[in-house]
Design a protein around this ligand. Structure first.
Ligand SMILES: Cc1ncc(C[n+]2csc(CCOP(=O)(O)OP(=O)(O)O)c2C)c(N)n1
Length: 664
């Protein structure tokens, strides 16, 4: 039987050879963490390489995603469908061994990492999902949800602010099945981190309420194994295992230096490593005894079989719960969903008084009630402002995880990346609120949800100057346009209660990406009729048409639809053929067929006006060079909302004047 060190050396060689072959990549971290990887994946990780989707597998996150070759080597060696050919094509176009790991459950990659620190927050989401689902589904003697979340982090992850947000919340919630292994190699890109990262990391994590296992020799497999056992034994706190390693070990000149971080070692250094390790094989060849010792397929099959047996007993004893568990893990909505959606629209159309869309959003949540139990809500400390907490929702606490609402605290970025982990885990549809202006704090996590096409719902209230007196720091201006630039994100800016209800339904039904619901603080009149629900779902539709072919098109969103409708009515009263289009979601409208888009926005009509209380950039494509845009391309101001709308020209009178100007 090969030694632990001999097994770890397979990773070292594969990593340095693959980076060399690609002539780009990061050999140092995989070489330094090779022993940590060997111990965790061969001895502790509960996984079945033959079925990377097994519900109760442990989740593994490589937060320092630049060390991707470590993960690819581990997947390949333990028996996942990652061939040696894929390793040979590391970082090449079309290969699945991308520069940084990209979420791909077919080959066992749980989440996309690379933006440092976010993997740790994803891991907190995974661990939280496990905790919540265990509380909701496990029955005495039948713990069908019972797995760990493991995360490797480097100095970079821990320097990032998000590590504070995520670790602080994990400590508060006592997520004891979260175990983090810190690759403490003292090196980042600029050199020795002592010059810019002198925190006492163990003390920091102890202060969060974590168990910290200090000063472990990360290149001593037995020491790492002992530390992991101690981490697993703590059932009250998450654990941080501080592993001292040497980056690029055992490269004789580059090891321990920043040069090993992100450059191929070069052929001489590689030859020297081969000599030091006694490795005589050519690149991408692994001797059979090492291969056999690495293969985790039989062990994995047995582990899953034990769980299948447990689940069989669970099914026999609790058939309803078992069916519900499978439904949720498969990401299917409840059988009653269409009835629930119809009821949701009935409630929304029953609202006749003016109402802020954030309140309509809460009403939608009240209407759904417990009907979609996979919804896991929350807010970054703006619950009362975001209207995200419905009556009767049970709040998750350190001692009660069976609920459906989490107070994330003032942690927008952490919340968003944690929601990604919740969604990736399966069984939950997370939604979380903050002010639209603070979406900037969270932006890269929103981007990661879009990149990974995860069903995450962002509730962004206080959508423009309409929030009034809090002033320009709180008034988003460029955010609508800038979020619309993000591929696969559906941004909904509904104009009334029914549009809000449809936005919620669309976000819940969507299986292939995140949605942002952008909502007002101020009350808006009700505009759309019940029959319009299916049209709203198409992203853009004719809200108010004129008799005969239109000569002018007005396109508006959210709170500006009610301003525009007044102006369009006045223009129509003057005999002008003006049509009003409400466009709650440009991305969804763009996805409609050309014929539909033509019925809404006939190409022949070039007199076009857009009205939105935000940056105008996203509207030119709709109004064309002969059209006009009415928006705000300057920061807002502190004052009463009606005065602000006047100051920025967002009034029915101004819209009417622009329509008439366009019509000459
Ligand atoms: C958010 C973010 N900022 C910057 C980078 C670029 N980057 C990649 S690795 C790295 C240094 C990481 O240092 P460390 O975690 O110590 O990795 P090691 O040198 O040990 O491989 C940086 C700055 C990134 N990937 N993500």
């Amino acid at each position: 039987m090969p030694t632990r060190r001999e097994l770890a050396n397979v990773i070292r060689v594969l990593a340095m050879d693959a980076v060399q072959q690609a002539n780009s990549g990061h050999p140092g971290a995989p070489m330094g963490m090779a022993d940590m990887g060997e111990v965790l994946w061969r001895e502790f990780l509960k996984h079945n390489p033959a079925n990377p989707r097994w519900w109760d597998r442990d989740r593994f996150v490589l937060s320092n995603g630049h060390a991707s070759m470590l993960l690819y080597a581990l997947l390949h060696l333990t028996g996942y469908p990652v061939s040696m050919d894929e390793l040979r094509h590391f970082r090449q176009l079309g290969s699945r061994t991308a520069g940084h790991p990209e979420h791909d459950l077919a080959m066992g990659i749980e989440t996309t990492t690379g933006p440092l620190g976010q993997g740790l927050a994803n891991a907190v989401g995974f661990a939280l999902a496990e905790r919540v689902l265990a509380a909701q589904f496990n029955q005495p003697g039948l713990d069908i949800v019972d797995h760990h979340t493991w995360v490797f982090v480097g100095d970079g992850c821990l320097m990032e602010g998000i590590s504070h947000e995520a670790a602080s919340l994990a400590g508060t919630l006592g997520l004891s099945k979260l175990i983090c292994l810190y690759d403490d190699n003292g090196i980042s890109i600029d050199g020795k981190v002592a010059g810019w990262f002198a925190d006492d990391t163990p003390k920091r994590f102890e202060a969060y309420g974590w168990q910290v296992i200090r000063a472990v020799d990360g290149q001593d497999g037995d020491a790492v194994a002992a530390a992991i056992r101690a981490a697993q034994a703590d059932t009250a706190r998450p654990s941080l295992i501080c592993c001292r390693t040497v980056i690029g070990y055992p490269a004789p000149t580059r090891g321990g230096t920043a040069k090993a971080h992100g450059e191929p070692l070069g052929s001489e250094e590689i030859a020297a490593v081969r000599r030091l390790l006694g490795w005589t094989e050519p690149p991408f060849q692994v001797p059979a005894p090492l291969r056999e010792a690495w293969d985790c397929q039989a062990k994995g099959r047995a582990a899953e079989a034990r769980w299948q047996d447990l689940f069989g007993r669970y099914q026999a004893a609790h058939p309803g719960l078992a069916a519900e568990f499978l439904r949720r893990m498969q990401g299917e909505l409840p059988a009653s969903w269409l009835q629930q959606r119809a009821a949701l629209y009935t409630v929304a159309t029953g609202i006749s008084a003016p109402q802020a869309t954030r309140v309509s959003s809460q009403s939608a949540l009240e209407s759904l009630g417990d009907g979609v139990p996979e919804l896991l809500g929350g807010s970054a400390d703006l619950t009362g402002s975001n209207n995200t907490l419905r009556k009767g929702a049970r709040v998750i606490t350190p001692t009660d995880a069976a609920g459906s609402y989490l107070h994330y605290g003032v942690r927008e970025f952490g919340m968003s990346a944690i929601m990604n982990g919740l969604a990736l885990h399966g069984g939950l549809i997370p939604f979380g609120g903050t002010f639209l202006t603070f979406s900037d704090y969270a932006r890269n996590a929103v981007r990661m949800a879009a990149l990974m096409r995860q069903r995450v719902i962002h509730v962004y209230t206080h959508d423009s100057i309409g929030l009034g007196e809090d002033g320009p720091t709180h008034q988003p201006i460029e955010h609508l346009a800038s979020l619309r630039l993000m591929p696969h994100l559906h941004l909904w800016r509904p104009a009334d209660a029914l549009e809000t209800a449809v936005s919620w339904a669309q976000a819940i039904e969507r299986q292939d990406g995140p949605s942002a619901l952008v909502l007002t603080r101020q009350a808006l009149p009700q505009l759309a009729g019940a029959a319009q629900a299916p049209l709203i779902a198409r992203g853009g539709y004719v809200l108010l048409d004129c008799a005969g072919a239109p000569e002018c098109l007005v396109i508006a969103t959210g709170s500006e639809v009610s301003i525009a409708i007044e102006a369009v009515r006045s223009a129509q009263a003057q005999g002008r053929r003006v049509r009003l289009v409400s466009m709650p979601c440009t991305a969804v409208f763009e996805a409609q067929d050309a014929a539909w888009r033509e019925t809404v926005l006939p190409a022949a009509v070039t007199a076009r006006l857009s009205v939105e209380a935000g940056a105008t950039a996203s509207w030119w494509q709709y109004v064309g060079s002969k059209g006009r845009v009415l928006g705000i391309d300057e920061f807002g101001a502190s004052g009463k909302a009606p005065e602000l709308f006047k100051k920025f020209g967002l009034t029915a009178a101004n819209v009417l004047a622009l329509i008439l100007e366009l019509l000459g």
